[in-house]
Design a protein around this ligand. Structure first.
Ligand code: PRP
Length: 214
């Protein structure tokens, strides 16, 4: 069952296109790869935070008093270990008051099913907006597992920020989490037999942390 209310936003911008191309390049080394992930995460976050609630707050400038605004929601960043870690810092720079709640998931190589191995989500007092950070949305299993954890926590507004996605993962989210808003830099062609995104960028965790074993 698909739900027409699902919102998937592909952020189209020259900077996104430029940095994403470098990110895909097989010759890009880990240091540059990490900095590209950070830049793209900031660009995605800019788009994903457009509907944050603000409250009016006046401010005294050196000349006078004028109307202003401040953020009026608790925002939680949920980076998915490992690859999502690199996406958190640039978004904290944009939202210094954001809380960071880590989740550890890996995809079983044989079944492609997500396995949760770490959760720092607290038992209560949920944030108002949860931003799940993971560079890759492949089958969608990991994203569904992460969003389900936030839903159990009681987070009312769910958002997923991924650098690249496969159509299969996008479809899975539309079915499983029609209420979640999804922000990506690109939706690629397909998954291959090993459930890797094609053309993709390889394994974001391995490329970020220099653990590609040839
Ligand atoms: C990758 C990626 C996602 C997941 C996507 O993580 O960062 O978490 O796979 O695949 P899915 O949509 O099919 O669930 P991986 O399992 O490689 O772990 P890592 O970040 O530790 O490398």
């Amino acid at each position: 069952m698909t739900n027409p209310m699902s919102i998937v936003t592909t952020v189209e911008h020259p900077l996104v296109a430029h940095h994403l191309t470098r990110l895909r390049d097989r010759t890009t080394q880990p240091a540059e790869f990490r900095s590209l992930v950070r830049r793209l995460a900031a660009l995605l976050a800019y788009e994903a935070t457009k509907d944050l609630r603000v409250k009016e707050q006046s401010v005294q400038t050196p000349l006078t008093t004028t109307a202003g605004h401040r953020l009026d929601q608790r925002i939680g960043l949920v980076p998915i270990l490992r690859a999502g870690l690199e996406m958190a810092d640039p978004i904290i720079d944009l939202i210094p008051g954001a809380e960071v709640w880590h989740l550890g998931l890996y995809r079983d190589e044989e079944t492609a099913q997500p396995v949760e191995y770490y959760s720092k989500l607290p038992p209560g007092y949920p944030v108002d907006v949860g931003l799940v950070l993971d560079p890759m949305l492949a089958t969608g299993g990991s994203a569904v597992s992460a969003l389900a954890a936030l839903q159990r926590w009681g987070v009312p507004s769910l958002k997923l920020l991924s650098l690249i996605a496969a159509p299969e993962g996008v479809q899975e989210l539309k079915v499983q989490f029609p209420e979640a808003q999804v922000y990506v830099c690109a939706v690629d062609e397909c998954l291959n037999d090993q459930k890797f995104i094609v053309p993709g960028l390889g394994d974001a965790g391995d490329r970020s942390f220099n653990t590609v074993l040839e």
